[in-house]
Design a protein around this ligand. Sequence first.
Ligand code: HEM
Length: 427
Amino acid sequence: MGMRQRVDRWQTIAEAVVRAAHERLESGIVFLPVRKQLRVDPHPFYRTLRERDPVHRSRLAGGWVLSRYEDVIGVLRDPSWSSDERNWSRFPTYRARGARAGLPDPYETHVASMLRLDAPDHTRLRSLVSKAFTPRAVEAMRPRVALLVDELLGKVGPQRGMELVADLAAPLPVIVIAELIGVPAADHARFRHLSDEAVRLLGDGPLEEKLRGAAGMRALQDYFAGIVAERRARPRADLVSALVAAEEQGDRLSNAELLSTLVLLLVAGNETTTKLIGNAVLALLRNPGELERLRADPGLLPNAVEELLRYDGPVQLTSRMAREDREVSGRTARKGEQVVLLLAAANRDPAVFEDPDRLDVARRDVRHVAFGQGIHFCLGAQLARLEATLAIGALVERFPGLRVADPNVPWSSNTVLRGPERLHLAW
Ligand code: HEM
């Protein structure tokens, strides 16, 4: 590490300490998502925020943290809030430090994607891939996804135990998205490896981890570039070919955007689905009465998946930037400030959900925000629902007596995505 990078690192730590102290003085509460307790069970802290400081001034986040359902949904539904981090006043500083540390610039390399863009670029990019994710297109994938669940569970069937994440929850979404994109079967193992490496860039691990992630991301993009070249020569009935056709029609899609879209589909859809399945199975095993209800009435499954998304959805938060000074529930967000939206806290708001800390697989009208809301509403929501429904349904049906074999559950170290890293089960 060079002198300048070392200075950057110390400066980052010193700034965080000063800001945390400042934040505590102002409200008595510090929003510090890297705290281990928030990984294990964030809900007591979310409740404190909702009750004591629902529009929390966060020096660490450079803005505000919202935890009430109405406030969160109000921002999500209003596209005049920006998803483009370049509208965040701290972005230039973090961008410069990242560049000195050797990390790719999210807006100058292929990493920028529709998730971090506003209209009109967001609208154009989203419309190009949305056809692949319509309810009808996703429903057509049902038999194939069911077969994959069957194959993966078939491998562990004869044993009396499994590690849910490695045996089912992690491989399932990667294979599904690989097939949807058009990655050849022979490349699946390599593709999974590259995808696992690349997501290290997005976690909040140490710099070494992120640099490794950046290398993975470059390898993944090179890999996609190869597939794009092949489909340009010989189109097929897959998503890459459809995107190549859009690119060739002129100014609808640049090559860099094509690659960033493919990377986004991969990183937005894999770990999220893996962690949904992990959280959901753990929640059911910790609430055996609900598991029994589901076993007795499998028709409850689709509703149960919605309730599990509400009760313990994997995506904890997202954020928006203020393009000008504006009011948020009686307080003022200044131009350039960020508002952090705690989706997982909104999903347990007692003003909207009765007895919100109770898991109820038959709960009616589960209007959760686990997939967001508004123009950035999760494009893969139907696909995630399909995968989760088939995976959870098969586990419940085939393994009576299923239980957690090791109560020491290691949680992933990621601010945005919460879920078990490993989950040993027995039956
Ligand atoms: C349980 C699984 C999943 C959860 C909880 C989830 C959650 C979310 C959330 C909360 C957002 C909105 C972020 C924001 O507004 O800032 C989002 C956006 C997105 N998700 Fe998902 N997601 C899941 C699975 C998937 C899958 C399987 C795919 C695709 C294969 C996918 C693709 C996307 C894309 C492309 C966006 C960006 C949409 C846009 O910017 O217009 N997601 N997701």
